[in-house]
Design a protein around this ligand. Structure first.
Ligand code: ADP
Ligand code: MG
Length: 715
């Protein structure tokens, strides 16, 4: 539909930023509601809604020239309508055909869908402009051009095209945005002194940058604009990164005002007893991160730390040390894991390590999960509320309403990326003791390392400790790519290592659309393998089983009486069975790299050689695509989780890392933390100083860029 040129006054006024109140909401028109859904509420929101691309309607090409030199390109022509007819094609499709003459040349404008208003606009005799791609023919044809009356002057700027939604026509959005741009306060909120510290060309002012981006003059470098490489874009990226860094620096300062118990380990206390009981010595890397954590715990404000370390790097022992610290100081610790299997592993392992030590002090370890018996749960809840349970381990059940801790001082979240912002918040608010401004220390763990620029851009409010070396005696897992066609051969070859006492994980393909299909594939694989290896017990594990069934299967696998475990991806996270040294993953190409790495990390935990076979491709031998092949090749090339994370990031972009549920992810619309690293570094340095020396400007800057979203981002 052609875009009306002259803004209709009433609509333009209605589209301007308005107060959000419920009663009004109902009376909003569809495009007004669409604006709101896009978060375009205030004038400044509109002004910061930037074009995706531009159309050039500033020039008219004479038809003769267009026919001679620009066939197949988009051009704008102008002329007089000499004829108009509606033709019915194929019995029902009505086409509007308009003949446009310019000098002695003519062409046909063809519309497959049209409105009566268009017929009127293009009545014979009318002078119009049409923009579209002109194709050779007799006569030459322009299909579905954008048409304006030729009465008005040509626009003096390129026409912006904005990100929009179905209910929001471009013309309406354009008027709203330009209105917002005219009304918004665009005065500078970055102190000149900080601007000077940006390397390279001085930045444009926000005012100039925005006006340029919304209405570039004819001849503006379209490519640079489109690729966001233009200096005007640089200003916006710097603004955006600064806003993000400011809000995180602010959250960090606010957290510094909170109180937390100072947890200092006593000499010859629980920490020492635990270390003495541990069957191995901590690696240097584990000791270093343990010291970092201990230093945080000793401070009177809540820790907010991420402990990252490759799969199998020994994060659990480090977390246990932190727990000992809290318990020794007379407080409670909670450990939450995303799956029941993982939580129960922690319960078993930490139980083994700590239960005897705690029992000697009249304390216990409590277990909480959604599937446990009521009576058991009641006992656990009482022990937690009284403080007798010094350590609480469980799934999401730990953050449920009825769970009330007497004195929670430390919350540990394993595989933190599996949890959302709200769940982390809930865990922090679990202590009865402490009163106002009190928060427990928070330790999050993850095997998916966050690349440095992402850590800085999105997790600036977080301290990070990294375990950068694996415990000694591990041989790297040998990874091989094997065609799915050789599946039976692979199964047959398992017999020998199994006879030698090795254990095997067999992971079935991930079928995202359907849990039922996942199940079917796992069940079939289980049947095939059982038939092929008649002398060995083959277990099956999938998400539809009850917790007790899963527990039972895992127990047999852990005990070594079940040599093969066929499983859907429920074993993905954290499970630890040292004797399992072979892993086969079917249809490996369906998994993400990080996920494959996590899976592979289940083997190679003992001392012997470990293998990971990635079966790929269709059973009929259809070859893999190049990218799929390259991704699997990465797995064969390296065991280094950080390197894999880096390549995964390059392949998939940051969304995957942050997850939809991570805060801050939505915050960066324009800047790209890795491509714009120099600006990010500047913003990272500038933010704390700006809060310190220019607090008013900082507040205005945050308000301008983040506005109502600010609270949410704190979580
Ligand atoms: P992850 O970091 O993936 O959570 P875990 O904490 O599960 O790793 O540790 C993997 C395995 O390594 C466990 O069996 C654990 O007992 C063992 N482990 C941890 N630290 C050491 C160490 N310093 N020396 C030897 N083995 C260790
Ligand atoms: Mg773990």
């Amino acid at each position: 539909m052609p875009a009306p040129r002259t803004p209709r006054k009433k609509k333009a006024a209605a589209a301007s930023g308005a107060a959000a109140d419920g009663a009004k909401e109902a009376r909003l028109s569809a495009p007004q509601r669409a604006l709101r859904r896009l978060g375009l509420v205030r004038d400044i929101d509109l002004a910061l809604h930037l074009p995706l691309r531009y159309e050039d309607e500033t020039r008219v090409t004479p038809l003769a020239e267009a026919l001679r030199a620009h066939l197949g390109e988009e051009v704008q022509i102008e002329g007089t309508v000499t004829q108009q007819e509606v033709k019915t094609l194929g019995g029902w499709r009505r086409n509007l055909l308009v003949t446009l003459a310019d000098g002695d040349r003519a062409c046909l404008l063809r519309f497959f869908n049209f409105y009566p208003s268009q017929q009127k606009q293009m009545a014979p005799g009318a002078r119009i402009r049409a923009r579209g791609v002109l194709r050779a023919g007799l006569p030459p044809v322009m299909a579905h051009p954008v048409v304006h009356s030729a009465d008005g002057a040509l626009p003096e700027t390129l026409t912006p095209v904005y990100p929009s939604t179905a209910q929001l026509p471009q013309a309406y959005l354009r008027r709203a945005v330009l209105g917002g741009l005219a009304r918004a306060d665009l005065s500078d909120t970055i102190p000149a002194e900080l601007l000077l510290e940006i390397e390279g060309e001085p930045l444009w002012s926000l005012h100039d940058a925005l006006h340029f981006l919304h209405q570039p003059p004819p001849g503006a470098p379209l490519q640079a604009l489109q690729e966001r490489a233009h200096p005007a874009w640089r200003r916006l990226k710097a603004e955006e990164l600064l806003a993000q860094q400011l809000s995180q620096a602010k959250a960090r300062r606010e957290r510094a005002l909170l109180r937390a118990p100072q947890l200092v380990a006593r000499e010859d206390g629980l920490v020492q007893q635990f270390l003495a009981a541990l069957p191995f010595a901590l690696t240097a890397a584990q000791q270093r991160v343990a010291r970092e954590i201990a230093a945080d715990l000793a401070r009177p404000r809540p820790m907010n730390r991420l402990l990252q370390g490759d799969v199998g790097s020994g994060k659990t022992a480090v977390a246990t040390l932190a727990a000992c610290c809290a318990i020794d100081a007379g407080w409670q610790c909670a450990l939450m894991a995303p799956t029941e299997i993982l939580a129960s592993q922690h319960f078993a392992r930490l139980g083994e390590w700590l239960a005897p030590l705690l029992a000697a002090r009249g304390q216990s370890v409590a277990w909480l999960t959604g599937s446990q018996k009521r009576s058991q749960r009641r006992v656990a809840l009482e022990a937690i509320a009284s403080g007798q349970a010094a350590l609480v381990i469980g799934t999401h059940a730990v953050i449920e309403q009825q769970v009330q801790f007497a004195r929670l001082a430390l919350a540990i979240i394993d595989e933190q990326h599996r949890f959302g912002v709200a769940q982390r918040l809930a865990l922090r608010q679990k202590s009865s003791e402490g009163g106002e401004n009190f928060e427990p220390h928070l330790l999050m763990m993850s095997a998916t390392p966050i690349p440095r620029t992402l850590a800085m851009s999105h997790f600036a409010d977080l301290d990070v400790s990294t375990i950068d070396a694996l415990p000694p005696g591990r041989t790297p897992v040998v990874t091989r790519l094997v065609s799915q066609q050789r599946r039976s051969e692979v199964i047959a070859r398992l017999a020998r290592p199994i006879a030698a006492g090795r254990q095997v994980y067999w992971v079935c393909p991930l079928i995202e659309e359907s849990e039922a299909l996942d199940l079917r594939d796992a069940t079939q694989a289980h049947a095939t393998i059982s038939a092929a290896l008649p002398h060995c017990t083959v277990g099956l594990l999938h998400s539809r089983m009850s917790a007790a069934e899963k527990q039972d299967v895992m127990a047999q696998f852990v005990a070594g009486t079940m040599p093969v475990l066929v499983s859907t991806t429920v074993i993905e996270v954290g499970v630890d069975v040292p004797a399992a040294s072979i892993m086969v993953i079917e249809h490996a190409e369906r998994f993400g790299l990080s996920q494959l790495h996590q899976l592979r990390g289940r083997v190679g935990r003992g001392a012997g050689e470990a293998y990971c076979l990635l079966l790929y491709g269709a059973p009929d031998g259809t070859p893999l695509g190049d990218t799929a092949r390259a991704r699997l090749q990465t797995m064969q090339d390296t065991n280094d989780g950080f390197e894999i994370a880096r390549r995964d990031l390059a392949l998939r972009g940051p969304g995957e890392f942050l997850g939809a549920r991570q805060s801050g992810a939505a915050l960066l619309r324009f800047a790209d933390p890795s491509a714009d690293a120099p600006l990010l570094h500047w913003a990272h340095r500038a933010a704390p100083r700006m809060l310190e020396h220019w607090p008013d400007m900082a507040a205005r800057h945050i308000e301008r860029w983040i506005g109502a979203k600010a609270d949410y981002l704190k979580a």
